[in-house]
Design a protein around this ligand. Sequence first.
Ligand code: CO
Length: 134
Amino acid sequence: MAARGIHHLGVAVEDLDAALATYERLFGAEVEHSATVEEQGVRAASLRIGTGRVELLEPLGEDTPVGRFLAKRGPGMHHVAYEVSDLGATLVELARAGADLIDEQPRAGLFGLEVAFIHPDSVHGVLTEVVSRG
Ligand code: CO
């Protein structure tokens, strides 16, 4: 499986508005999308910084995936997302190559993306997302 490149870096934050202001002030980030996604337990924003992209994630509560991450690890880097062309085929290849898939099937992610997550133990401690445009 050859990824096309890094699609975004995911960052867990305690205060989305404060984080947005920081990324705008320090790096000239521009908001590409923002949304509250109840079923994923986040308020999220996708930022463009030059040709790159950062996804900021604020948990809607403590008992959400990002809320649990914040409680355990504090704010900071949460995941790396790689863009692939055919997510279904990629997941089959990843499983065959020994990756421990959190999502065995593509699912709806943020901002219209199709996504799946790979367990960090498979990727040297990095929670890894593979995405394709839905
Ligand atoms: Co992501």
